[in-house]
Design a protein around this ligand. Structure first.
Ligand SMILES: NC(=O)C1=CN([C@@H]2O[C@H](COP(=O)(O)OP(=O)(O)OC[C@H]3O[C@@H](n4cnc5c(N)ncnc54)[C@H](O)[C@@H]3O)[C@@H](O)[C@H]2O)C=CC1
Ligand SMILES: O=C([O-])C1=[NH+]CCC1
Length: 318
């Protein structure tokens, strides 16, 4: 029998086939299965990370096997702490999708769109579960690639209100980045030069920076607001300060991952209340009335369901 040759799917092709409305239910399903106490359905070790010291970066290997849909996948993502050179990307990814029966690679995919969309979709799931019932103002700190995908899905799913001439507030380290972001996204944005001013009064706050020290301080956060914290994915990197970590109820994607990788959790000593999957399963409550933080680190199972979705749709289009 001739060996099946892998197909290469470029970022454009992946983007064409990856839709949020199909991705979100699959992410909810797999996060729930991951958080079942006796889960044998989902096999996903904590990301294996190789330091790239010379370039201030890390290569993360993210394998996963999902039994119920027979998906075997690994993402390889290189991510960096960029200082000074802001033209280089913070993260670049490649996804391999295997034939689980034989072990050969069926598809090699550019992992950019998958990483942007699945991360934003998981933050949207956390917002759906944990942000205040009446949420008028969205604030995004950081204006890079993740900011764009978060803006897209959050403004699609939720209706923020016009308050003081702004529905969506953004703030980035450099004004030019925020201005470029405002031109790129299709919709209204108000740029703030002060993160504190952007954050005060917001109901939903997204941190998508490549900072390694706090950019969001508990003192600024409106009681009851929800924070989805996406950056700071190393044990010595921070995006959130100790006050916020101490005062908020902390949710994570994976407790095991958070204990090893999240500087915000490890260095603040904060206790994790629940995984998002436990809330989806109904085994832990969504404390919407409290100030909540969802600390996102990213999981191989999220990439796996996205890659399978893309591959199946690409295949049926052939
Ligand atoms: N949790 C997850 O699943 C994932 C997390 N990430 C992480 O998310 C973060 C954002 O990723 P990208 O958008 O791809 O990076 P990017 O490099 O495209 O954007 C980072 C943005 O943060 C801004 N920034 C840096 N320091 C800041 C500060 N002190 N205040 C305000 N803004 C600041 C930069 O100016 C830039 O606009 C990175 O740390 C990345 O490693 C990336 C992929 C998945
Ligand atoms: O899950 C992911 O792809 C990443 N998490 C941190 C950097 C990239």
């Amino acid at each position: 029998m001739a060996r099946e040759q892998p197909v290469f799917l470029t970022d454009d092709v992946v983007a064409r086939f990856l839709r949020y409305d199909e991705l979100i239910p699959r992410l909810e399903e797999v996060l729930g299965k991951f958080s079942l106490s006796d889960s044998t359905e989902v096999v996903q070790p904590v990301r294996f990370v190789v330091p790239i010291n010379k370039h201030n970066g890390y290569l993360g290997l993210m394998p996963a096997y999902i039994t119920h849909e027979d998906t075997l996948c690994t993402k390889m993502v290189a991510f960096y702490r960029r200082e000074g050179n802001f033209t280089l990307p913070s993260a670049q990814a490649t996804v391999l999708l295997f034939n689980p029966e034989y072990g050969n690679v069926k598809a090699v995919m550019d992992g950019s769109d998958i990483t942007h969309k699945r991360t934003a979709a998981v933050s949207a799931i956390s917002a759906k579960l944990l942000m205040p019932a009446q949420s008028d103002i969205l604030c995004i700190l950081g204006c890079g690639q993740q900011a764009v995908s978060h803006y897209e899905i959050l403004t699609q799913l939720f209706s923020f209100k016009e308050v003081n001439n702004s529905k969506v507030r953004v703030c980035s380290r450099r004004l030019e980045t925020a201005e470029r972001f405002a031109v790129n996204v299709k919709g209204p944005v108000k740029i703030f030069s002060s993160a504190e001013e952007a954050v005060r009064g917001a109901d939903l706050i997204i941190t998508v920076t490549n900072s390694n020290e706090p950019v969001l301080f508990g003192e600024w956060v409106k009681p009851g607001a929800h924070v989805a914290a996406v950056g700071a994915c190393r044990p010595d990197w921070r995006e959130l300060d100790d006050v916020l970590m101490r005062d908020a109820v902390i949710y994570v994607d994976s407790k095991e991952g958070a204990a090893v990788e999240s500087g915000d959790i490890i260095l603040s000593g904060a206790e994790v209340f629940a995984e998002l999957g436990e809330v989806l399963n109904g085994t832990r409550p969504a404390l919407r009335n409290k100030t909540t933080v969802f600390k996102s680190l990213g999981m191989g199972i999220q990439d796996a369901v996205a890659a399978k979705l893309v591959f199946d749709k690409w295949k049926s289009s052939q």
